[in-house]
Write a protein that binds this ligand. Structure first.
Ligand code: CTP
Ligand code: MG
Length: 385
């Protein structure tokens, strides 16, 4: 049985506001369309595909195909229409005569998986249609024209996705009929249902990931700038008569760390890691030694300022890991308190903050107990990523 795909890519991507058709936009190095075509190719479920493109995009597509080297599956092309429905119809008309099953798929859904494609095709084989859906996570309210509100039963709602797979002859007839009658629908299942009755829906474990890239927000999440990593290092000298403060915990010790602030070397390394991830230099630039307002100041307070800067930039902490290098005192009994302090300051769950301590077996300045050093690594994520 010959199985084809119709990939619709002829929109303008207006809601994404990228200044070009969104399916040409790179997502993790490869265009959205390229990713989508690769997913179909790699599934090995298709005999061929019809790619539906707008005339204005033909040149851009040729350049993309040459650059990214995909599209082996694209045996035919069709020109897009003014609406998605018209584009689908043009795509279906371009199918070869021996095509029996067709999966209609949005190029704007590049994360479709083999499992979803396979389920969709199987269901269409058995019942005539196989429409990928996701369960709805939000409670949906229906607002009437008079402002009245009805809360819908979420367990009975499904969000329709693509692929939407059908028997070629049947969906083509339904789409031709819709065109003749002037029916409009936002998806193919709706047309099929009007013509033939009930459609078969399915949800799969991968359905939540099979998103349609639609808004600018969706694209921001894809961009490489969505994740940032940073590292920090600091060392302070040990001195008589100073308290020893590490990750905001005052550790009983004969000597403490010398410095302009409370000299919390671990928090300094952590702040440098966050600033590094933000591309914001280091703590010396933000809180200079020459400024008397920082004399004796709690480093935890400075950390809260660094966190404010991160959140103003739209970043949150994913996790942080701190290593303190000290020959003495033994820090193990205090590490859990340090971890909780850091987790709270970074606004993460306790298991996303880690503080550990090591000695250098008496080697180097930490080993000779001249000072204590600390290293930190953090991962930042943008917005809701
Ligand atoms: N599509 C198409 N022909 C159209 C309109 C849409 O082939 N006339 C395709 C899009 O390229 C996309 C899929 O249908 O792959 C889903 O449509 P949508 O997400 O609405 O994309 P756009 O129409 O491009 O975006 P927008 O509505 O924001 O302009
Ligand atoms: Mg659209």
């Amino acid at each position: 049985m010959s199985v084809w795909a119709v990939v619709v890519a002829a929109g303008r991507g207006e809601r994404a506001g990228l200044g070009e058709n969104k399916v040409f936009y790179p997502c993790g190095g490869v265009s959205v369309l390229g990713r989508c075509l690769r997913a179909l190719e790699e599934s090995a479920l298709f005999d061929g595909a019809v790619l539906v493109l707008a005339e204005r995009d033909l040149e851009a597509y040729e350049a993309l195909r040459a650059r990214e080297g995909h599209g082996m599956l694209v045996a035919r092309r069709a020109l897009g229409g003014a609406t998605r429905q018209e584009s689908v119809l043009n795509g279906l008309r371009a199918l070869p005569e021996d095509a029996e099953i067709v999966a209609i798929h949005d190029a704007a859904r590049p994360f479709v998986t083999e499992d979803i494609l396979r389920r969709s095709i199987e269901l269409a084989r058995q019942t005539g249609s196989g429409v990928a859906c996701a369960n709805v996570v939000d409670t949906i309210k229906q607002v009437g024209e008079d402002g009245s509100v009805i809360t819908l039963d979420r367990s009975r709602l499904r969000a329709a996705q693509t692929p939407q797979t059908f028997r070629c002859a049947e969906i083509l007839r339904a789409c031709e009929e819709a065109a003749a009658q002037g029916w409009t629908a936002t998806d193919d299942a709706d047309l099929y249902e009007r013509y033939y009755g009930r459609v078969s829906l399915f949800t799969a474990p991968d359905s939540p990931g099979n998103v349609k890239l639609t808004t600018r927000e969706d694209f921001m999440r894809m961009e490489s700038g969505a994740f940032r990593v940073g590292t920090g290092f600091d060392a302070h000298r040990l001195k008589e008569g100073r308290p020893l403060v590490l990750c905001g915990v005052q550790v009983p010790a004969q000597r403490g760390l010398d410095g302009h602030s409370d000299a919390d070397v671990a928090v300094h390394a952590l702040m440098d890691a966050i600033l590094g991830a933000l591309g914001e230099g280091d703590i010396g630039r933000h809180f200079p030694d020459s400024d008397d307002t920082y004399r004796g100041i709690s480093s935890m307070l400075l950390l809260s300022r660094v966190m404010r800067l991160a959140s103003e930039r739209g970043f949150r902490i994913v996790n942080a890991d701190v290593t303190i290098v000290a020959q003495r005192p033994k820090l193990a009994p205090y590490l859990e308190g340090m971890r909780l302090n850091i987790a709270e300051a970074l606004d993460v769950a306790p298991d996303c903050a880690n503080v550990k301590a090591t000695t250098t077996e008496r080697m180097g300045y930490e080993g000779r107990e001249e000072g204590i050093s600390a290293q930190a690594a953090v991962l930042l994520a943008k917005g809701s990523v």
